[in-house]
Design a binder for this molecule. Structure first.
Ligand SMILES: Cc1cc2nc3c(=O)[nH]c(=O)nc-3n(C[C@H](O)[C@H](O)[C@H](O)COP(=O)(O)OP(=O)(O)OC[C@H]3O[C@@H](n4cnc5c(N)ncnc54)[C@H](O)[C@@H]3O)c2cc1C
Length: 388
């Protein structure tokens, strides 16, 4: 089979590798090759455990062991991560995956795909370097996927997170910090990256435009002493890009494959609806699409994704509003969770398991209810200890 894959990000390169190693002829197109995509580059333990090849660029990623969470009301907790989050340079990570694909026999073409047209059978791919014919088309071309726009369904603004941030050339300690704002569907982050610090913010595209995000980020940077005035920020390299964060009904009706085509990674809408983690799901969906094609059952791809992670995305998407804008015991939900976590080792352990990918959304509520007696005892003990 001749397979044409548009996009050599994590989804496209991994899919290409697997297909080629099982005997398919694969053409992989990317207009940029390996590049520094706007991205935190944070990879959770579940990704490294499932794809040990990620250890192949070990010296250029950082292992982060501490996560500080700040709530809308300023409550703070620091979770010491039992399993580190690895921060990769995206150029290095993408190059690793692309090199592996090429070593496995993939034919890589640095070209922009301008159009795809149906032939009977197969497809014609028109690029800025020429025309190619393939039997099956994979759209791994990111959140702005033109394959999705042409053959699937466009993302609605309410299914996207807009990001805005700066790459600041300064050394940070090895911790990630995340801050939430009142009734704001998104968060602010500080990520120590391989040779700079990334300060950024994300929010629902349908509710906040880039200008609002920029103002919020500047206000927070000034408040936290990282920015003295707005002119200083003008000198920093900035980024702004989208991340999919699908609502429940969009996930249920998400069309990710059809006759002779399939979507993977961001193009398929596969990022965690709450945390926006996307690299693992790009790898995973690229892998699952390849597996379905190798078995000659392309139509089974949506079911494979559903069984593996997409069903849990629906639970996450259903939680989205309650998580970001819900109230609990007279304050916002996040403040109450952060206050409780700062006093309860049990709750911090649940957070640890969640961040490492060992705890899904589906059973999170039940687990919290089951552990609530112990959490309450720990909170009470910590409160009384303060008065002693
Ligand atoms: C600011 C920001 C921070 C993020 N932080 C994290 C994080 O810390 N951890 C995490 O897990 N996820 C994070 N994400 C999400 C993550 O970046 C994506 O989910 C992930 O890159 C998706 O991989 P992909 O292979 O699907 O697409 P991409 O990595 O976007 O790759 C798509 C590729 O397609 C190519 N392409 C597109 N159109 C064409 C065309 N017409 N012709 C040829 N080539 C084309 C592009 O050049 C690109 O290389 C973040 C995203 C953003 C925006």
């Amino acid at each position: 089979m001749n397979i044409g894959i548009i996009g050599a990000g994590p989804a496209g390169s991994l899919c290409a590798s697997r297909l080629s190693r099982s005997g398919a002829r694969v053409l992989l197109f990317d207009r940029r090759g390996a590049w520094e995509k706007p991205c935190g580059g944070g990879v959770t333990a579940k990704a490294v455990a499932r794809y040990p090849l990620l250890n192949g660029c070990v010296e250029t990623h950082r292992r982060i062991r501490s996560l500080a969470v700040i709530s809308p009301r300023g409550a703070r907790t620091r979770v010491m991560l039992e399993e580190p989050i690895c921060i990769y340079s995206r150029t290095v990570l993408n190059q690793l995956l692309l090199d592996r694909a090429v070593a496995g026999g993939v034919h890589f073409l640095q070209a922009r795909v301008l159009d795809v047209r149906r032939r009977e059978p197969g497809w014609e791919l028109l690029t800025d370097r020429g025309m190619h014919v393939v039997d099956f088309l994979v759209g791994a071309d990111g959140v702005n996927s033109f394959v999705r726009k042409k053959w699937g369904e466009r993302f609605a603004a309410a299914d996207l997170m807009m990001t805005f941030g700066y790459r600041i050339p300064k050394e940070m300690d090895d911790g990630i910090a995340i801050k939430f704002f009142s009734k704001f569907r998104g968060y602010y982050w500080v990520f120590p990256r391989p040779n700079h610090a990334s300060f950024g913010i994300c929010g629902r595209l349908s509710q906040h435009n880039t200008q609002t995000l920029k103002q919020l980020l500047h206000a927070f940077l000034q408040e936290s002493g990282h920015l003295s005035d707005a002119t200083e920020a003008a000198a920093w390299p900035m980024y702004s890009a989208l991340i999919p964060s699908l609502r429940p009904h969009s996930l249920r009706n998400n069309r990710i494959c059809g006759d002779g085509w399939g979507l993977a990674g961001d193009a398929a809408g596969f990022a965690d609806p709450i945390t926006c983690e996307g690299i693992y799901y790009a790898l995973r969906s690229g892998d699952l699409l390849a597996e379905a094609l190798i078995e000659g059952r392309a139509g089974s791809y949506p079911d494979r994704c559903h069984a593996d992670f997409a069903a849990d995305f629906i639970h996450a998407a259903e939680l989205f509003e309650r998580f970001y804008a819900g109230d609990f015991l007279g304050a916002d939900f996040i403040t109450r969770m952060v206050q409780a976590a700062s006093r309860s080792q049990t709750l911090r352990s649940v957070m640890n398991a969640f961040i490492a990918g060992q705890q899904d959304y589906r059973s999170l509520r039940t687990k919290l209810i089951r552990k609530s007696p112990r959490i309450i005892v720990e909170i009470a003990a910590s409160t009384f200890a303060k008065f002693e």
